[in-house]
Design a protein around this ligand. Structure first.
Ligand SMILES: [Zn+2]
Length: 390
């Protein structure tokens, strides 16, 4: 057995315990939080200053973009970001693999125990297989030509099988509402329904995404109109989110990523559509690309399930859930620390279906992290840091 004492323990699914002691067995399986050390072997108690909580869950990452660290221009908007990333994507396999191994290690050191990772190839499978972090891979598909949909989907299935054969959890998912033809959406949706798999889609990442679906105009439309799907395009008149959800199954878990420009009507729409929707915040990526934080007050006050993602090094300076929490508190200091901690742990575990993670509950193996530099105001700030205990 091991015993970790700290100023406050956050089990997540039960109230915090001041001066508590976390008990785990030698395999890291959580046993209990003790309120006093009377019955414990005092010479074996490891004492820390700070907050102890379970390991973090990063529900949105692109490991295979790790080599793009520091190579894209900040705050120029999504249109510029997409055109830069398309140009930079080619790189040699060895340097991509080396960058992925480094990112994986950085995330482990940052207290992350599980990741929902978007993949467009199988280049990350070896890193994931050898990692101490648990990955769920989303094989992400996009294509704007209806006539190619079956072929693109079959390629996705082959890619899924490669991850599956390595014993890695995997599902097929659409990239975004605007980059997937309706035929491809249907194939992905039917497949998710058939296998009861989880879905993750980029949503309302740029302002002109809604304009495209509502009016058939705007910056994103101008970028996309050269592709077959948009020739003779007739907008349905609904928001990007409403359009996408209507093409996805109601009985599968769906994570909406970014939501930078989501509005109240979108949240109402999503709530009425399904109870299995998770809203992922990637605030640092939003600040990097669009220089706009997501509407966290609106999302928080709506009582929906929120998760946290780092996105990739293409659009972030770090791969740290704690750094995302810092930016959330920097922009929205009134959101309670306890709630943000739930977003960073149990909600992500729930979305990814990783039942052994996300909280200190008997029998789970959620990892143990130490948060330091958080004062009595419970604001995650620039001096806060995370240290992995196990
Ligand atoms: Zn992304």
């Amino acid at each position: 057995m091991r015993f970790f004492k700290a100023d406050i323990i956050y089990p997540i699914t039960s109230p915090p315990v001041e001066n508590g002691i976390v008990v785990v067995n030698d395999d890291g399986i959580f046993q209990s939080v003790e309120r006093n050390d009377d019955t414990l072997p005092s010479d074996q108690i490891e004492t820390f200053e700070g907050i102890i909580c379970p390991g973090f869950i990063n529900t949105h990452c692109h490991l295979e973009l790790s080599h793009l660290k520091g190579r894209l221009t900040e705050k120029k908007g999504l249109k510029n970001f997409i055109s830069e990333i398309v140009q930079l994507r080619e790189s040699d396999v060895d340097s991509i693999k080396a960058a992925m191994i480094k990112s994986d290690d950085v995330m482990w050191q940052n207290g992350i125990v599980a990741i929902g990772d978007i993949s467009n190839s199988d280049i990350s499978s070896e890193v994931k297989k050898n990692s101490r972090i648990k990955y769920h891979t989303f094989v992400e598909l996009f294509d704007l030509d209806e006539s190619r949909a079956d072929q693109v989907f079959e390629e996705g299935v082959l890619l899924l099988k490669k991850f599956h054969h390595e014993g890695l959890p995997v599902s097929i998912t659409p990239h975004s509402p605007y980059s997937v033809s309706s035929r491809l959406f249907k194939l992905i949706s039917d497949n998710a329904y058939k296998f009861d798999s989880i879905l993750s889609i980029h949503n309302q990442e740029t302002k002109s995404e809604d304009e495209l679906f509502k009016k058939g105009s705007g910056e994103l439309y101008e970028l996309m109109k050269k592709y077959p799907m948009y020739s003779g395009f007739k907008p349905a008149g609904h928001s990007s989110l409403a359009t996408a959800l209507s093409r996805l199954p109601k009985c599968n878990k769906i994570q909406l990523v970014h939501n930078t420009f989501s509005q109240k009507e979108d949240i109402v729409w999503a709530k009425n559509y399904s109870t299995l929707i998770y809203w992922c915040l990637c605030i640092n990526a939003n600040l990097f690309i669009e220089n706009t934080p997501p509407p966290i007050d609106l999302l928080f006050n709506s009582g929906i399930k929120i998760t946290i993602g780092t996105d990739s090094y293409a659009s972030n300076h770090s791969l740290s859930v704690l750094d995302e929490m810092k930016s959330i508190h920097d922009h929205f200091p009134h959101v309670p620390f306890e709630n943000i901690l739930e977003w960073a742990t149990i909600n992500g575990a729930s979305f990814l279906g990783m039942k052994e993670l996300g909280s200190f509950e008997k029998g789970k193996k959620p990892g143990v992290s130490l948060l330091k530099g958080i004062k009595n105001d419970f604001l995650v700030n620039s001096e806060s840091n995370v240290q992995r205990i196990i």
